[in-house]
Design a protein around this ligand. Sequence first.
Ligand SMILES: [Zn+2]
Length: 129
Amino acid sequence: MDEKGAADEKRMRLRYAGTCRSCGADLPAGTDALYERSSKTVSCLSHGATSDANRLPHPEAIDPGVPGASARREFERRRVRREERIRTAHPKLGGFIHAITDDPQSIRSWSAGTIDRLDHVLASDLPSA
Ligand SMILES: [Zn+2]
């Protein structure tokens, strides 16, 4: 193995949590990641030293310093939790409700009776488990 000229990055399992230097993603301890010895920084496996393009931030990466970023994260977190709640409460209907509306207000305004009726309508179309 000739290490000269090769990137001083190596793939390893992180012993400590870190942050990708390219996109800022959290890299929990135990994650496989690339470690750059010269700078003692880590990056996701998708960010090698192979090309400059890979060093560009992910388009969806959120800079923690940008105002509103935490609000957006909180929104995303709540959206996911809401979807999980719906799916848990209405296993058959969860995906359906989520598909027709992404607005918590309109879901809240649905009466239990409406959901029960829909449940029956859908159940009649579903093969019995
Ligand atoms: Zn990354």
